[in-house]
Ligand binder design. Structure first.
Ligand code: KIV
Ligand code: ZN
Length: 513
């Protein structure tokens, strides 16, 4: 029988370390629920000692998730492990993941610690973590550039101290597949008690090798892979979950293991993460890119029509693509709407949120006639669904834009109970709208990103706008969708302002790593 490959998702921790990808507690919860539907084995929900917000997010996720282990990250010190242990306490199955750097460069230049001090600290930390849970993971950070002899000595000691998983990170994405695979093989062979722990890998993508390195290590006995949705993560990101999972599933003739992932949930997870973080997925991205299953050349189309497997190694529907099926229309009722949400794996949490989303759906159906699954996903990915959560709301806007003339915008919006109006001109219609909003609700935030994507095809498609604002080191993403991209832009800007406004605590995922 094939071994089980544990899928450890770190979108909410390493993924959140991508500059600009910080998430609110509610956003993290929505992603955690989708990861549970995806049936990932372990969700690394955050780094509890990094901020109160992250502690709360990990604690809330630990309380809500029943079918995946919830893990928190902790540096190898008492305070971090204590915070992490407390945060995961409500979990049905909770894990503490503690780490310390082991490469000469990190020990000397960053930690300014001797190898012996690092050794003692690691062992002490694993013992302490075991006081909170029986499920303890240890990572020697920058293992890819660490001395193998030191790694062997340390890994033997942490396993003896109670680590149940030892994770080998290629922190800076420096290794190449045959070298990383050989490292895993040799560590497993040389560490005397290696059979007492699960061997895991955590690869970064600086050389574009994260997935290849992870898969090479699976061939040498790694039975946990750490990865993220869309390959999100520090710098060039982590190994992409969808690529790892589909490689193992598609090439079961090669890999000696299987996962328990419900692959039909992959696309929904990808869209959710992309919508929340504002990181678009490139069209040619494997598995989840818009073109991943599109056949353009006549020869390919002809082949696929005659016999699908001529050019397709996976079925699009196996990862959640369903060919833009017509979803609902303006005559659809609340029940059909609720059923469709369930079919798409969307859980809005409360009847109130469903009602509010239903009103938005009706408005959209009136404008657009046909509402596709992608439209619904965009509609609910607007995080501030209940009116109470929306301090700033768009009431109306009028934009005048003409060749050769300066665009002008008149915007009416609500701020709590107050109704405000402003009229301004700008370099373009969107600029004019943003200036009008800033006049009414000055945030003095810096606009870091403005991006527009069409949700479906056709000129009647909704535009989905992402706005990224930064103020005092805090970065928030706002999303808005509408058939009118100027209105979508205003909604996205207000969505970002609502997050800055501060009903929900924002997280600062600064890692020492
Ligand atoms: O890349 C890394 O080394 C990490 C560790 C904390 C596992 O993210
Ligand atoms: Zn990492």
């Amino acid at each position: 029988m094939a071994d089980h490959l544990i899928i450890f998702d770190t979108t909410l921790r390493d993924g959140e370390q991508s500059p600009g990808a910080s998430m609110t507690k509610d956003e993290k919860m929505r992603i955690a629920k989708q990861l549970e539907r995806l049936r990932v084995d372990v969700i690394e929900a955050g780094f509890p000692a990094s901020s109160n917000g992250d502690w709360e997010a990990v604690h809330a996720i630990a309380g809500a998730i029943k079918d995946s282990t919830v893990c928190g990250l902790a540096r190898a010190n008492e305070k971090d492990i204590e915070r992490c242990g407390e945060a995961i306490r409500p979990a049905k199955s909770g894990r503490v993941h503690t780490f310390i750097a082991t490469s000469p460069i990190h020990m000397q230049m960053k930690l300014r610690m001797t190898p012996d001090a690092v050794f003692d600290q690691a062992v002490k930390s694993v013992r302490l973590a075991r006081a909170y849970t029986d499920d303890v993971e240890f990572s020697p950070e920058d293992a890819g550039r660490s001395e193998p002899d030191f790694l062997c000595r340390l890994l033997e000691a942490v396993i003896a101290a109670g680590a149940t998983t030892v994770n080998i990170p290629d922190t800076v994405g420096y290794t190449v597949p045959w070298q990383f695979g050989a490292l895993i093989a040799s560590l497993r062979e040389r560490v005397p008690n290696s059979d007492k722990a699960i061997w895991s890998v955590h690869c970064h993508n600086d050389l574009g090798l994260a997935v290849a390195n992870s898969l090479a290590s699976v061939m040498h006995g790694a039975r946990q892979v750490e990865c993220t949705i869309n390959g999100l993560g520090e710098r060039a990101g982590n190994a992409s979950l969808e690529e790892i999972v589909m490689a193992v599933k598609t090439r079961k003739d090669v890999f000696p293991c299987t996962t328990r992932i419900d692959t039909t949930q992959i696309l929904a997870a990808s869209k959710l993460v992309s919508g929340i973080t504002g990181f678009p997925v490139q069209p040619n991205k494997a598995i989840v890119g818009a073109n991943a299953f599109a056949h353009e050349s006549g020869i390919h189309q002809d082949g696929v029509l005659k016999h699908r497997e001529t050019y397709e190694i996976m079925r699009a529907e196996d990862v959640g693509w369903n060919a833009n099926k017509l979803s609902l229309g303006k005559l659809s009722g609340r029940n059909a709407f609720k059923t469709k949400l369930a079919e798409l794996g969307i859980d809005l949490g409360s009847d109130e949120a469903v009602n509010h989303a239903f009103v938005k759906f009706k408005e959209l159906a009136d404008k657009k006639g046909q509402v596709f699954d992608e439209d619904l996903q965009a509609l609910v990915s607007d995080e501030t669904l209940t009116p109470e959560q929306e301090h700033f709301r768009l009431i109306s806007l009028k934009v005048v834009s003409e060749t050769g003339a300066t665009p002008n915008a008149r915007v009416a919006m609500a701020a709590g109970d107050a109704q405000l109006h402003a009229e301004t001109s700008g370099d373009g219609p969107v600029d004019a709208v943003f200036k009008a909003i800033e006049r009414m609700a000055p945030s003095n935030a810096k606009l870091l990103l403005f991006s527009v994507n069409a949700i479906t095809t056709g000129t009647d498609a909704q535009g989905e706008v992402t706005v990224r604002l930064e103020r005092g080191g805090r970065i928030v993403n706002g999303n808005g969708a509408d058939t009118d991209i100027i209105v979508a832009s205003a909604k996205a800007y207000l969505n970002a302002l609502n997050k800055l406004h501060g009903k929900q605590e924002r997280l600062n995922p600064q890692l020492a790593a």
